[in-house]
Design a binder for this molecule. Sequence first.
Ligand code: SAH
Ligand code: SF4
Length: 332
Amino acid sequence: MNFSSSDIKHLLSTSDPQAVDALMEEACRLRDEVYGRRVFMRGLIEVSSHCRNNCFYCGLRRDVQCRRYRLGKEQILDCCRIGHELGFRTFVLQGGEDAWFTDERVCDIVSTIRSMFPDCAVTLSLGERSRESYAALRAAGADRYLLRHETADAAHYARLHPSEMSFDNRMRCLQDLRQLGFQVGAGFMVGSPYQTLDTILEDLEFIDRFRPEMVGIGPFIPASGTPFENHPAGSVELTVRLLAIIRIIHPHVLLPATSALGTLHPQGRERAIAAGANVVMPNLSPQDTRALYSIYNNKLATGSEAAESAADIRARLKAIGMDVPTDRGDYR
Ligand code: SAH
Ligand code: SF4
């Protein structure tokens, strides 16, 4: 890693504005060197709020009593049609671990999207599945898979998840996805319960070692009805500094400005871009289901987080000197 542990601890805690500015500048310089001053848009389609898992942090965990929904194939294709018109060339299908989304159904949806929109990439984010399942999804045409590692510290992992979930299986999934030729997204929440500077260092070492094509990080935000509902939200400042550090450790990474950051701070996205982020994922889900996909409280899905504001999003990014190409925005 091009930083020592003490460099990182210093960068995460310093109140010297010059040191922080230098960090941000270096991150942007590296992003611009690899990708140019460009931000890639992905259309996020939240396909299901049903989940068999019980992750302690998540508002969709199975023990939360809430109205649940899932989108069928035609609804998902409608979202893609709208998104394609708006200039999206990547569709991200994300959801809870919902048994309705069998391999057969997901493969059919993925291959239909790929044939209807041959110029688009399909990203899946449907949680942990078997290697055979991932292989089938890949063969059906899925290009990328987002599965945050959540924490690279096994003991920390065990405090965020019930014992039926395991760190080893999460790592197995990430390895399988990589070996099957997916562009893989890892990542973690900033300020999750029991996170320490040391576990963050382990996360950074993991990113340095595994070199995921994408890294999603955003602040933890409490979700009502979960064991962590009273835990404070993560820090916007820390998230932004970590984005910059991740860009410097891994200059080629595709790094989103996450909605969680946008939810906690009105300028969250702009701040992330100024820290070296180069992806935005506005919400392309049907309007009436957005509020039901309540992973955390007050999740933003309107205004600048809404895909129908694509023109406004482009204008805001242009205003800070970034171009927004109509292209798949693959890893390079
Ligand atoms: N079920 C899939 C995808 C949906 S959850 C999966 O778990 O991979 C997507 C991500 O949302 C999770 O990886 C987690 O990092 C994030 N998330 C869940 N609860 C959150 C919370 N309370 N605050 C911030 N992010 C959260
Ligand atoms: Fe389910 Fe994903 Fe939420 Fe865990 S984080 S409860 S797997 S939706």
